[in-house]
Design a protein around this ligand. Sequence first.
Ligand SMILES: [Zn+2]
Length: 372
Amino acid sequence: MDAWGKISRLMGLRLCALLTAAVVVTTSAAGTLDIYFIDTEGGQATLIVTPAGESLLIDAGYGARGGRGRGPVQPADRDATRIIAAATAAGLRQIDYLLITHFHPDHAGGVTELATRFPIATFVDYGAPLGTPYGPDRMSVNTFANYEAIRKQGRHVEARAGDKLPLAGAEALIVTAGGTHIAKPLATGGGTNSACTGLEPHPEDGTENYRSVGVMVRFGSFRFLDVGDLSGMSLTRLACPKDLLGAVSVLLTPHHGDYDTNVPALYAAVRPRVVVMNNGVTRGGSVEHVETIQRQPFLEDLWQLHLSNNPGVRNADDSFLANVDDGRTTGYALRLSARDDGSFSVTNLRQGFSKQYPRRVALRPSATQTRR
Ligand SMILES: [Zn+2]
């Protein structure tokens, strides 16, 4: 069991934070960009630590929920505890940037608990919920009010598509925010995407999901794309009719791999070597979306934060599953370490399985794309 395993075990036993801090022995490997995909049972918390030691946390998972006859009560500190365990294992003393993709409880609900226990320097988001023609997105009302109260205590940056976060050691480019996307393709994109032919229309879902802040993190030849819960045409427009982004090394599934973000043309455009799915036991991880991922010819592996119990889902092999329980006891993360030559490794912190993804000599243009 590595240091993470010891920490998670201690957290599971609810020993005090002081004791947890005392057993921390792991720090980020020098010269690598490290990404911790933290299990929040179907929400998001993705911690990025640059070789310069700066940190970007994308979302903070859930706070308290449940009860009142709607299933088990979830402790308010569950996801904050898991995030702090990862941050501490990475040698961090604060979160330099907390990027909230949108104001739903599975992404911003954990901020209050996290902020009371771990310093957060700068908050990044798209401002405030934009609502719907029929009124506010009800899922965002309480979560945003709680989040805004915490945000006032730190520095706040409103992200716009095309902005770069001043993150030392890696580039973090905002590609979507508030329902808009970058005006021009990135240097790696720009081709016409023939996979857009016969595109299935995806209407907006009427929530804040489609306003999600999306970020492309680049470290040398390594690229990681995280678009939060971007869905509907705001997701599709990143890939159709032109590919605005180009190939990435690793993609986090939009909207937890749910059915409404099953956009094959997106996969044809960004051609990830590895997909990480931030699903829960039944949250996200739809049969159709998982099938789309698994049939991509360029895909080397799908990693899942959780075994999915959705009927009909073909889960990845056990080594690629961070958690296999019923969603109430374990909270293991996946840790990715990337080098600037584009190579990277992914480690399952449940049982230590690790896989290397060597540097690629050159990325060939996709057969589905033609250059302008
Ligand atoms: Zn979500």
